[in-house]
Design a protein around this ligand. Sequence first.
Ligand code: ADP
Ligand code: MG
Length: 238
Amino acid sequence: MATLTLENVKKSFGKTDVIHGVSIDVEDGEFIVIVGPSGCGKSTLLRMVAGLETVTAGEIQIGGRRVNDVEPMDRDIAMVFQNYALYPHMSVFDNMAYGLKIAKTPRPEIEQRVAEAAKLLQLEPYLQRKPRELSGGQRQRVAMGRAIVRKPAVFLFDEPLSNLDAKLRVQMRLEIKALQRALGVTALYVTHDQVEAMTMADRMIVMNGGVADQIGAPLEVYSNPATEFVAGFIGSPP
Ligand code: ADP
Ligand code: MG
């Protein structure tokens, strides 16, 4: 069974059509990258899956359940944003535990989940630090920790690496992939960077003005682009 299904999903803001009907069945444990230039609708598509935007038409299913009208907190997802604002006055531990506290998770379980996530993310030595006492890469890991502790079926990422320098970005790509494999979760990952998409994706959705021009494995898209747009976009330097 597909973990995540989009069925002819559309979005309009007022009279402006922004997503023109995107369909995909995402298999359990797949890493899907939504890639395309600025303004093509990547974030809007992701935010509909997250429940942060309403769906104008079509259907989204997570774990076989229609979620169009389900609140973000009640979807089996967690999201890592581009501007992964951490709470500056809280420790790393409390940043990671916050969502679980809100959800009234018992304290021993909170401690266990944060400990597990901190181990995976190599954040164990930093749990009592404040965000300002961390490097950019460590802060990014705390943001991922906040998502991991919720144990979602689907991880959503919106350009999570765009605030990092080039070298760290390359390292974090590998870390995110390794983490996703270790956890066995399904990932939907937005980037405008073709190289990032090519290196991270099991399959990629190439968006062009609200239309999914092509959905396929990186090599397939690269060697057999479906449209001139795809050929130009994938073939051009980032
Ligand atoms: P991307 O993430 O690919 O850069 P977005 O999904 O943010 O693109 O935006 C797609 C289009 O939708 C853009 O033209 C943007 O201006 C428009 N848009 C996004 N959010 C809103 C909104 N809340 N109201 C009106 N238009 C929006
Ligand atoms: Mg965006």
